[in-house]
Design a protein around this ligand. Sequence first.
Ligand code: BGC
Length: 366
Amino acid sequence: MKSSVKAISLMLVVMFLAVFVAACGNSSSSKVSVGIVLPTKDEPRWVQDEQRFKDALKGSKYTTEILFSQGSSAKEKENVDALIAKGIKVLIICPQDGDAAAAAVESAKKAGIQVISYDRLITKTDAVNYYVTFDSVAVGKAQAQYLVDHAKKGQPLYLYAGAASDNNAFLFFQGAWQVLQPKIADGTFKIANSSEAVALKGNKDLTREQLSKIIGQVTTNWDANEAKNKAQTHLTAAAADMKGDVAILAPNDGTARSIADVFGSDKAVTSFVVTGQDAEKASIQYVIDGKQSMTVFKDVRTLVKDAMGMAVAILDGKTPETTGSYNNGKIDVKAKQTNVIVVDKANVKSALVDSAYYQASDFKGL
Ligand code: BGC
């Protein structure tokens, strides 16, 4: 009897110690002050952001953890909950879907965490404290201006857009449309692949609802395969007068490369100008090779620096610096915005290699 009591108490002590050690282990190794959640590893853009965060965080006294949502809002919510459980004070999050991410950041807000929306705005919630972003309207304007600058009179224009679940897709298209519309109205361009855009060609400024209609028709969903299929469908349906020398508004590099491949293999397309965005390495090679006309370089180092700068200010009890605000459908979110740079064959080396963003050895024929 006595010895079994002894054995049980010894067992309890051992169990208690085990739990205690595990708890200590947790609090020392997994306490994280800044949580970072990025949308997917399947696009080079976000893998690039992860690397730039890692570079920027070397030697930092703050602990951080980066998680990927892999294109799923449910996974994103799980990631945020896991980071909340680890005691983060600041959440830096690029939403997979701007509306759907509201639930995740509302949980963070309840836990007293400050939320920084990163690159993409989280919409229809008051649980976003700050927004760090590139000038996305300027991205769209730059893409469109490139098409205008290289246009031939009466040229067919193919329009493509990003995912409707991403607020940026609206900003990019809105910026592009403001520049393209007068040139559609004066006959420089004829729209080849969107009846909704044709119906709205008299309006320079489009409402969100009008933008939705066009984006609904020409979305790529930020998916290179979907972009490829759409481009094939459009070219199959196009009459002869919608081929020849064409202009293509492609929203980003991943979609631009697959759209360019489709247009490049159609014999009735004699030449094309195609836009892009992100300065992905594969697209820089396309630009060097003359297969993609331009890209918009968004220096992720700056975005990461701004996001971490904000996070550190918050952790230090200071108010982060902002330059303006963005309405997210519920509140005006204080924002810090960064400029973008147009890159084509002429300045690819000075913009990307001389600035040490990439190395010359990353490319062939530079
Ligand atoms: C980003 C782009 C990116 C796209 C697809 C947008 O929100 O601003 O840089 O190419 O999402 O991931």
